[in-house]
Design a protein around this ligand. Structure first.
Ligand SMILES: *Cc1c(COP(=O)(O)O)cnc(C)c1O
Length: 396
């Protein structure tokens, strides 16, 4: 029965290989951090993790997780509404709402689930979803599961958004959806202008803060802080898998009636397991740390500004960024791969991206800065980029 399908798969796989799009996974044998050990025992500086605040291997979070194993066990073996809600889950939801200045929060196993389960319960064919063209795959999939009319606007293009809003006036409710930070360029969604247009054309707004929470805004509260819109945005989604410790978990936070209805109707919430108590407990500790100090956010902002300034001074073409994502533009796909390979030989782990992940002729190396990087590590990265950049004729 399998043989026809097997040869079909083999063709698909070799097509991926031939297109140069086959994803190989590098084995890491240490915890996540600024310095990691890879499978062959080599130590490299990591500049491609979403470990923005350097919390992935934080001892306070590890201890909170260990304690919860003793007090609350390993797993809950239930969805939330049957017997899977511990005090820890409720406390974490309250912590997230406090962090974002929102009314209530609902947890998911991942932000992929939060985005997958947010549209379908709230909107139907009478409504409209107006989505940025560069939104995350999970938003695209979530929109597909919903019967609302779909509109798309070019990335962060406010003239196009206005055009789509005008086109969507016939529908009952309108929801504009955007990533907070777009992961390939590091640009922040112009939420001030989006909010203005939403008011003008009677629409609601949803922001996915996955790459912006903990990073953007003076105290790292995300794009709503950056634009003075705390408490104004109807729906925020986000992940615990990036800046917030990097383990697992996602959430939707916002207006309380929205969250209440999601608890009744959102399928990834109703039909998927509760997050483990150790993850909830570490999350509670993490948000308590955010309440106590902005040290990590300050360090991240300082590190990012330093890196961008030095790289520009070295002659590199860096996309304007307001996040911890620095796109070093190379424009040539082959060059991006060659440069990343040579940087790895210099002990710097970064990834080169090219079409179709980014537009044609927009190949680049994406560098992700962390509060975990120390000045020597940043300098080592800049020196390696400069050396390899000169060797490959990228800079003089
Ligand atoms: C990473 C990411 C997600 C997925 O988050 P998980 O919790 O890992 O599922 C969703 N949206 C955006 C914008 C992301 O960057």
């Amino acid at each position: 029965m399998y043989s026809d399908f097997k040869s079909h798969l083999q063709t698909e796989l070799s097509d991926i290989q031939e297109a140069g799009l086959y994803k190989n996974e590098r084995i890491i044998v240490s915890p996540q951090g600024a310095l990691i050990r890879v499978g062959d025992g080599k130590e490299v500086l990591n500049f491609c993790a979403n470990n923005y605040l350097g919390l992935s291997n934080n001892s306070e979070l590890i201890n909170a997780a260990k304690n919860a194993l003793d007090t609350h066990g390993y797993g809950v073996s239930s969805v939330r509404f049957i017997c899977g809600t511990q005090d820890l889950h409720k406390q974490l939801e309250a912590s997230i709402a406090r962090f974002f200045g929102t009314e209530d929060t609902i947890l998911y196993a991942a932000c992929f689930d939060a985005n997958g389960g947010v549209f379908e319960p709230l909107l139907n064919e009478q409504d409209a979803i107006i989505s940025d063209a560069l939104n995350h795959a999970s938003i695209i999939d979530g929109v597909r599961l919903c019967k609302a009319q779909r509109y798309r606007y070019a990335n962060a293009d406010m003239a196009d958004l206005e055009k789509q809003l005008i086109a969507a006036q016939a529908q009952r409710h309108r929801l504009i959806v955007t990533d907070g930070v777009f992961s390939m360029d590091g640009n922040v969604a112009p939420l001030d202008k989006i909010y203005e247009l939403a008011n003008k054309y009677n629409a609601m707004v949803m922001v996915d803060e996955s790459h912006s929470a903990g990073v953007v805004g003076n105290t790292g509260r995300g794009v709503t802080e950056r634009y003075n819109l705390r408490g104004e945005i109807e729906i925020i989604t986000g992940t615990l898998g990036k800046a917030f410790g990097g383990a697992i978990g996602g959430f939707t936070t916002g207006k309380k009636e929205i969250i209440e209805l999601l608890r009744q109707r959102s399928r990834p919430y109703l039909f998927s397991n509760s997050i483990p108590p150790m993850v909830a407990a570490a999350g509670i500790r993490m948000f308590a740390m955010m309440d106590e100090t902005n040290e990590l956010q300050d360090k991240l902002h300082k590190n990012t500004a330093y890196f961008v300034e030095k790289m520009k001074a070295a002659g590199f073409d860096i996309k304007p960024t307001e996040s911890a994502i620095c796109a070093v533009m190379l424009y040539d796909a082959k060059l991006s791969q060659e440069m990343a390979a040579r940087l790895l030989n210099e002990g710097i782990y970064v990834i080169g991206f090219y079409y179709p992940v980014v537009p044609k002729d927009q190949a680049r190396i994406r560098v992700q800065i962390s509060a975990a990087h120390n000045p020597e590590q940043l300098d080592k990265c800049i020196t390696a980029f400069s050396k390899v950049g000169r060797e490959l004729g990228v800079i003089k």
